[in-house]
Design a protein around this ligand. Structure first.
Ligand code: XIL
Length: 372
C-alpha cells in the first residue's frame, strides 16, 4: 500500500512539474532555463494564422542551428545570399553558391522561401552603376542591367520561392525628400521602382511581389510609402504586398502605430508581411542601414531582467496585434535565429533581439508569443 502511494505521488509530482514547464503557462511564471521548445514549433502554434520565417546564412544550415530552423520555422529568407552584390558581383558573373545551398535546404525540409531582394541602394555592386571609365551610366543602360539581373535571378528560383522583396527601402527618412536619393533614383528617377516590379512579374507571374521598408510606423514615412504604393497600383504595376521590416525595439512601435500601419496598407488591397522582425533591447529606431554613432563597442553588455521584461511585453503586444489582423498578415519573419548572432550586434554593442538565447533556448518572450 505504502509503495502504491509512493508511486502515485511520484507520478503526480512528475506530471505537475511537467505541465508547469509546458508552453501555455503565464508569462510571469517561473521559467526553467534549460527548457526545450518541445515538440511544437512557432510554426505549429501559428498554423491557423501565418507562416513564421527566419533570415539565415549558409553557416546556419548545420548542427544545432539547422535543427532549430527545421523544428520552429516554415519559411526562410536568405539574409544576404540573394542581394545584388553577393549574387551578381560582376556584370558577367553570378555567384549562386550560397543562395542555392539555402534553397536546396528549404526544399529538402519543405520550408518556403522568400527572396530578398532584387533592387536596393545598399549591398549593390559598384559595376551596376558605372561604365568602364568609371562614369555613371545612362538611365537606359541601368534599366537594361536591372532587367537582366532580375530576369536571371527570378528565373533561376522560379517555382521554388513563393515571394520576392522586389524593391527595398526606396523612400527617404528625411522629411524634406520623398524618394531616397540613391544612385537608382539619381539615374532613373522613380521609374526604376515600377520597372523592377514589371521585370519580376514577367519572370515569375506566380511569385508574390513586395515593396519592403523600415520605419513604416513613423507617420511621415508611412504616408509617403502609402502614396507611392497607391500610385503604383493605379498605374497597374504588379505589386502585391508591403513588407514592414519590423526592426523594432523595447519602446517602439506603439500598439496604435502598428495597427494604423496594417490598416492603412491593407486598405490598398495589399498583403502585409512582417519581413525582418527583431526587438532591440535598446530603445529607439533600429531600421535600415542607419548605424547609430556614439556607441562604443561593448560586447559584454548584459541582457538585464529589465530588458527581458520590456522585450517580452513588446513581443506580446506585437503578436497580439498580428493575430488580430490575421486576414491581412500573410507571414512573419524574424531577422536572424537567436541571440548568438544578430546583425544588430554590428551596431556598437551586443544586442539580444530574438526569441532564442545564445544557447538556442527559448527566452521568456518566446513563451509570451505562443501563449494565446
Ligand atoms: C542586413 C544583414 O542582416 C547584414 O548581415 C548585412 O551586413 C547588412 O544587411 N534591412 C534589410 C536587410 O532589408 O537586408 C538588412 O540585412 C537589414 C536591414
Amino acid at each position: 500500500m505504502k509503495r502504491y502511494f509512493l508511486v502515485t505521488g511520484i507520478i503526480l509530482l512528475t506530471a505537475f512539474g511537467f505541465t508547469r514547464l509546458r508552453p501555455g503557462k503565464k508569462v510571469n511564471e517561473p521559467y526553467c532555463k534549460n527548457e526545450l521548445p518541445g515538440e511544437k514549433g512557432l510554426r505549429d502554434y501559428y498554423k491557423n494564422y501565418f507562416p513564421i520565417g527566419v533570415a539565415i546564412a549558409p553557416r546556419d544550415l548545420k548542427g544545432d542551428e539547422a535543427s532549430l530552423i527545421i523544428s520552429q520555422f516554415n519559411s526562410i529568407t536568405p539574409e544576404n545570399a540573394m542581394k545584388m552584390g553577393v549574387i551578381h558581383p560582376e556584370e558577367n558573373r553570378y555567384n549562386w553558391k550560397d543562395a542555392d545551398q539555402i534553397v536546396d535546404f528549404a526544399q529538402q525540409h519543405h520550408i518556403g522561401v522568400r527572396g530578398h531582394n532584387l533592387c536596393w541602394h545598399a549591398q549593390a555592386p559598384r559595376w551596376m552603376f558605372r561604365d568602364s571609365a568609371g562614369n555613371l551610366v545612362s538611365k537606359e543602360v541601368l534599366l537594361q542591367r536591372l532587367k537582366e539581373h532580375i530576369t536571371t535571378v527570378v528565373n533561376r528560383y522560379k517555382g521554388k520561392l513563393y515571394a520576392w522583396d522586389v524593391v527595398n527601402e526606396a523612400i527617404a527618412d528625411d522629411s524634406a525628400q520623398f524618394y531616397r536619393n540613391s544612385l537608382w533614383y539619381k539615374i532613373c528617377g522613380d521609374e526604376f521602382i515600377a520597372k523592377a516590379f514589371e521585370y519580376a512579374h514577367a519572370a515569375d507571374p506566380k511569385a508574390v511581389l513586395f515593396y519592403n521598408d523600415y520605419n513604416t510606423e513613423v507617420p511621415a514615412k508611412r504616408q509617403k510609402i502609402y502614396t507611392m504604393l497607391k500610385k503604383l497600383l493605379a498605374e497597374g504595376v504588379p505589386v502585391n504586398g508591403i513588407g514592414l521590416q519590423g526592426h523594432w525595439s523595447v519602446n517602439n512601435p506603439s500598439k496604435e502605430a502598428l495597427e494604423k500601419s496594417i490598416e492603412l496598407f491593407s486598405s490598398l488591397g495589399l498583403q502585409v508581411q512582417i519581413t525582418e522582425l527583431d526587438v532591440s533591447v535598446y530603445g529607439g529606431h533600429q531600421g535600415g542601414q542607419l548605424v547609430s554613432s556614439g556607441f562604443h563597442r561593448d560586447t559584454a553588455s548584459a541582457f538585464t531582467p529589465e530588458m527581458e521584461q520590456q522585450q517580452l511585453e513588446k513581443y506580446k503586444m506585437i503578436f497580439d496585434v498580428l493575430r488580430k489582423y490575421k486576414k491581412q498578415i500573410t507571414g512573419v519573419t524574424f531577422w536572424n535565429l537567436s541571440d548568438r548572432y544578430s546583425w544588430l550586434d554590428g551596431r556598437g554593442r551586443k544586442n539580444y533581439p530574438l526569441l532564442f538565447d545564445k544557447n538556442l533556448q527559448p527566452k521568456k518572450a518566446y513563451w509570451a508569443v505562443v501563449d494565446f
